[in-house]
Design a protein around this ligand. Structure first.
Ligand SMILES: [Zn+2]
Length: 223
């Protein structure tokens, strides 16, 4: 009788947990355990959605993915480029990241090639899973190619981010304006604010919204 109760309990737990995973669609890119020997660096700058700069090492390009470009030679700013950059910034700017390498450690531009983790979030995978990045497999660096492919398929079938029919846009109006490249927010009448090109503008409704996104107030216009 006791044994039967235990089995019932286990079956119920399995059902509830399984159902929970299905219905809430928990992210596969979170909950990773990063090896303790992985080198760790502080992120000092965001170049775009898939490239960062870290202290003591320089530019780091995320392996296996590609985000829309901020300044494409022909297309100008690509759809969701600013959003991908913003998402990347919210994930890692000013934080300590752990790097994992694949076969090649640098690309032809001299940038470090890495899988990047912040806390237990696998950043490369997160950007694909949330629809901000596309799969870009470049042999021989293919360690997580199958994972990225699966996550992209999921994003495509869920119609999110790049795969959405109506992609989210950063707010185009608000009380304070900033550039996706400076991380400083201004009053719209500040001369520095007026120098920001429209495609690089990020708007915030409140000061706290801006500071929570990692932006600092301008020392000139003092918002
Ligand atoms: Zn200003």
């Amino acid at each position: 009788m006791k044994k039967r109760t235990l089995w019932l309990f286990l079956a119920l737990a399995w059902f509830v947990l399984g159902l929970d995973t299905l219905s809430w669609g928990s992210l596969e890119s979170t909950g990773w355990t990063v090896p303790s020997h992985s080198p760790r660096y502080t992120v000092t700058r965001i170049i775009d959605g898939d490239t960062i700069e870290v202290a003591k090492l320089g530019k780091v390009r995320y392996i296996g993915i590609n985000t829309p470009e901020l300044s494409h030679p022909k297309l100008g700013i690509e759809l969701l480029a600013a959003e991908a950059c913003e998402m990347n910034k919210r994930l890692v700017l000013g934080k300590t990241v752990a790097l994992e390498y694949d076969v090649q450690t640098r690309d032809r531009y001299g940038r470090i090639l890495a899988y990047v983790y912040t806390g237990s979030t696998f950043v490369n995978a997160y950007l694909v899973e949330t629809g901000y990045a596309q799969l870009m497999t470049v042999p021989p660096n293919v360690k997580y190619a199958a994972l990225f492919q699966r996550l992209q398929q999921k994003a495509v079938s869920n119609h999110i981010g790049l795969w959405s029919e109506n992609p989210p846009q950063l707010s185009k109006t608000g009380t304070y304006v900033s550039s996706i490249k400076s991380f400083i927010f201004h009053r719209p009448d500040c001369r520095w604010a007026q120098a920001i090109s429209p495609s690089h503008q990020v708007w915030f409704k409140t000061e706290s919204e801006a500071t929570e996104a990692g932006y600092q107030s301008c020392k000139i216009c003092k918002p």
